[in-house]
Design a protein around this ligand. Structure first.
Ligand SMILES: *[C@@H]1O[C@H](CO)[C@@H](O)[C@H](O)[C@H]1NC(C)=O
Length: 312
C-alpha cells in the first residue's frame, strides 16, 4: 500500500509568476525581449572575445566564460517561463523538474566560482602586476575555468542526490515558475526539516565562501589602488567597480533566498526573477558599456565590416 502510494507524482504544477491572467499576458513581451537580449548579448561577448586578438587575455577569457554560463543559466528557466505565461496548466514532468534543479545549481554554482576566479585574476593583475603573466598563464587559466565547472557539477549532483529519493505522493503545486529546491522539498511526503537545513547549508556554504573570497580579493585591490592612486588607478577602479556590481547582483539574491530565516513568497519570487532573468542580462551590459577594451573591439569590428563593404 505504502509502496503504491509513493512516487505517484509524475509531474509538478507551477503556480507561475502571478495569479492574474491579464498580467501574465502583459509580461509576455518584456520577458521575451529580456531573454532574447540576454542570449544575444552574452553570445556577442563570447564571439567578440574569440575573434578579437586584443581580447586574448585571461580576464576576457574568464569574462567570455561568464557570459556563456549566464546564457545557459537564463536558458534553463526563462523559455519555460515564457511558454507558461500563455498557458493555464503550467506543468512540468518529474524528470524535467529534476533536470531544472540540476542545471540551475550546476550553472549557478559554476558562475559563483567563476566570479571568484575573476576576482583572483584582478587581484593578481593589480596587486602583483610584475608577476601577472607568470602567475596567470594560459594553463592556469584553463585550470581555473575547469575547476569552476567541476565545483558547479559536484555541487549540483550533491543537491540532486538529496532530493531524488524523496517520496512525492500527493501535493504537486510549486509556488514559482521553475523548480527551486526549497519549494520542491516542501511537497515531499515526509518530515524534511533536517533535509532542508542540510540543503540550504550546502548552497549557503558555497555562496558564502565564494562571496567572502570575492570580498577579500576586492578589498585588497581597493587598498592597493588607494595606496598607488596615480597612473592607471582610475582604469583599474572602473574595471573593479563593474566586477563588484556584478558580484553584488549575483550573490545578493542567492544569499537572501538561501540564508534568510523568514521567506516571503512574493519577495522570493521577485528575487528568483531577478537572478534568472535580470542578472544574466546585466553582466554583458555592465562589461560592454563600461569597458574600454570591449568598446574598442566593437569599434574595430564595425570598422572592419564597413571596410570590407567598401572593398566590394
Ligand atoms: C573559457 O576559458 C578558457 C580558458 O581560458 C578558454 O580557452 C575558452 O575559450 C573560454 N570559453 C569561452 C566560451 O569563452
Amino acid at each position: 500500500m505504502e509502496e503504491a502510494n509513493q512516487s505517484v507524482v509524475s509531474e509538478f504544477i507551477f503556480q507561475g509568476l502571478c495569479d492574474s491572467q491579464e498580467l501574465q499576458v502583459i509580461l509576455l513581451l518584456p520577458v521575451s525581449i529580456l531573454y532574447l537580449m540576454t542570449v544575444l548579448g552574452n553570445l556577442f561577448v563570447v564571439l567578440l572575445t574569440i575573434t578579437d586578438h586584443n581580447l586574448h587575455s585571461p580576464m576576457y577569457f574568464l569574462l567570455a566564460n561568464l557570459s556563456f554560463v549566464d546564457s545557459c543559466l537564463s536558458s534553463v528557466t526563462t523559455p519555460k517561463l515564457i511558454t507558461d505565461l500563455l498557458k493555464d496548466d503550467k506543468t512540468i514532468s518529474f524528470e524535467g523538474c529534476m533536470a531544472q534543479i540540476l542545471c540551475v545549481h550546476f550553472f549557478g554554482g559554476g558562475e559563483m566560482v567563476l566570479l571568484v576566479t575573476m576576482a583572483y585574476d584582478r587581484y593578481v593583475a593589480i596587486c602583483k602586476p610584475l608577476h601577472y603573466s607568470s602567475i596567470m598563464d594560459r594553463q592556469k587559466c584553463i585550470w581555473l575555468v575547469l575547476t569552476s565547472w567541476i565545483i558547479g557539477f559536484v555541487h549540483a549532483m550533491s543537491q540532486l542526490a538529496m532530493i531524488l529519493e524523496l517520496p512525492f505522493c500527493g501535493p504537486r503545486v510549486v509556488d514559482s515558475f521553475f523548480c527551486d529546491i526549497p519549494l520542491v522539498i516542501k511537497l515531499a511526503c515526509m518530515d524534511t526539516d533536517t533535509l532542508r537545513i542540510v540543503i540550504n547549508a550546502d548552497s549557503g556554504l558555497l555562496a558564502t565562501t565564494c562571496f567572502i573570497l570575492v570580498l577579500v580579493s576586492y578589498t585588497y585591490i581597493l587598498f592597493t589602488i588607494h595606496l598607488n592612486a596615480k597612473e592607471g588607478a582610475s582604469k583599474a577602479l572602473s574595471t573593479c567597480t563593474s566586477h563588484i556590481t556584478v558580484v553584488v547582483l549575483f550573490f545578493g539574491p542567492c544569499i537572501f533566498i538561501y540564508l534568510w530565516p523568514v521567506s516571503i513568497t512574493w519577495v522570493n519570487k521577485f528575487l528568483a526573477v531577478f537572478y534568472t532573468v535580470i542578472t544574466p542580462l546585466m553582466n554583458p551590459a555592465i562589461y560592454t558599456l563600461r569597458n574600454k577594451e570591449i568598446k574598442n573591439a566593437i569599434k574595430r569590428l564595425t570598422n572592419q565590416h564597413v571596410n570590407s563593404r567598401d572593398n566590394c
